[in-house]
Ligand binder design. Structure first.
Ligand SMILES: Cc1cc2nc3c(=O)[nH]c(=O)nc-3n(C[C@H](O)[C@H](O)[C@H](O)COP(=O)(O)OP(=O)(O)OC[C@H]3O[C@@H](n4cnc5c(N)ncnc54)[C@H](O)[C@@H]3O)c2cc1C
Length: 401
């Protein structure tokens, strides 16, 4: 299948995108909608079925609207209009924050819960149906070369090794990015001692805790818990300490016992899926080198408390698509440097800060610090002005890109 040249830019070489996760697919969609030819390569034979991210914040939904995919995304997702904070030890509700307070700030005043693997399945056909988009499944990037006026990328494919040429190469190949490794750029930061364990269940937790909200952050220094109501399942996220053995804690019997301990009752339920993740805070040194650009988890990682990692990766894709469209239409190359600088600053000074603060609030040990935290949440929730400010920040609306 040959790639058509862009009528808009006259450019015949496509933008090569590595990785069909939410970020690579968003970038491919955004570029193809601007009539920029793209070729997207995914190592797996089919889209990943890992649930991982499930929270989509309002600015991301606004981008989906611009890209023409908001209707199917909303149709499949679960709209959450309140988020609730608790302290586990005392089972005190510290505050309920209602998204009605930000109804004047966005057309999408809620967080949408939908597994990222459902959203990638929505986006891919839109890319493939565009005259400008091609998706190659089962193509694993093994090396690339920046030739100055173009890039060459070599893949292991079901039909053997193949090389493609492009005008730029965009790495959206996730946390273990081979592109980042081959560039040799630093990826500094930290790895948390705790891990996050996701358990997808059919438990009706609101029958047990009637005051439970749709999304709940339950603070505890020993074992915090996050409860998220998704379209078909209830997802429970547990803190797993550094001394706990991965193979032991993820056994279905151990997961069920942990859930029974948490709810204080031995009621039967179905455990659909369990997965355990190490979590990091890292930002790459450079998002842009020559004809190579990084986006999403390839460029920055953060802990999932607050659900900002994938959202910020999709925001990278939005800005990068606009920068590439501008450069490929004859605009100044500086647009790419501006992309790199803006998104690196956003990752370092906004996403990392807020996710680290979110995590810090969940694990506070010191009794005085916990009292101060609880009071702060109570006061914010009770004051509509403060609650709105809090929701704007939690929704990533306070610093729109
Ligand atoms: C437990 C957990 C919960 C989370 N919850 C949220 C949340 O609610 N909200 C949120 O915003 N974020 C959340 N995140 C973060 C989110 O999952 C990631 O930020 C997101 O998946 C990043 O998307 P990506 O497209 O950059 O990378 P990925 O989703 O990792 O996709 C990368 C793709 O590249 C492919 N690939 C890799 N190497 C190659 C290669 N050599 N050649 C070709 N293809 C390749 C991979 O197969 C993969 O399909 C969560 C993370 C975890 C661990």
């Amino acid at each position: 299948m040959s790639q058509i040249a862009s009528q808009r830019t006259g450019q015949s070489l496509p933008v090569l995108i590595i990785g069909a996760g939410p970020v690579g697919l968003s970038l491919a969609l955004a570029l193809s909608r601007q009539q920029i030819p793209v070729q997207l390569f995914e190592a797996l034979p089919a889209l990943s079925s890992e649930a991982r991210a499930s929270t989509f914040h309002p600015p991301t939904l606004e981008m989906f609207d611009e890209w023409g995919i908001i209707a199917p995304v909303l149709a499949q997702g679960h709209k959450v209009t309140q988020v609730t904070y608790w302290e586990r030890e005392s089972w005190q509700c510290l505050g309920v924050f209602d998204y009605a307070l930000i109804a004047g700030d966005t057309p999408y005043p809620y967080r949408l819960q939908l597994p990222q693997c459902e959203v990638t399945r929505i986006i891919k056909p839109f890319v493939e149906q565009s005259a400008y988009g091609q998706v190659f499944m089962g193509y694993r990037l093994i090396s690339f070369a920046d030739k100055g006026d173009k890039v060459e990328a070599t893949f292991e494919t079901p039909a053997g090794r193949k090389t493609f040429q492009g005008c730029y190469l965009c790495a959206a190949d996730g946390a273990k990015s081979i592109v980042r490794k081959q560039l040799g750029v630093a990826f500094e930061g930290l790895t948390y001692p705790d891990r996050f364990m996701l358990a997808a269940t059919d438990l009706n937790l609101r029958a047990i805790f009637p005051e439970l909200g749709q999304v709940n952050y339950i603070f505890d220094p020993e074992e915090w818990v996050i409860i998220l109501h998704l379209p078909d399942v209830v997802r429970i996220v547990f803190q797993i300490g550094p001394m706990e053995d991965e193979d032991v804690v993820t056994r279905p019997t151990a997961v069920c016992a942990r859930i029974h301990r948490f709810i204080g009752q031995k009621i039967p339920f179905t455990l659909h899926q369990t997965s355990l993740y190490a979590v990091h805070q890292r930002v790459v040194d450079r998002f842009h080198l020559g004809r190579v650009l990084l986006a999403g988890d390839a460029a920055h990682l953060n802990n999932p408390a607050g659900g900002m990692g994938m959202n910020s990766g999709i925001h990278d894709a939005y800005l990068l698509a606009n920068a590439l469209a501008s450069v490929l239409s004859g605009g100044d190359e500086a647009a790419l440097a501006a992309y790199a600088c803006t998104r690196r600053d956003k990752a370092r000074f906004y996403i990392q800060r807020h996710t680290h603060e979110n995590y810090g609030a969940m694990v506070l040990h010191d009794p005085d610090a916990r009292r101060r935290r609880n009071e702060k949440y109570r006061q914010m929730a009770a004051d509509p002005v403060k609650a709105r400010e809090f929701l704007l920040q939690a929704s990533m609306l306070d610093e729109r890109i």
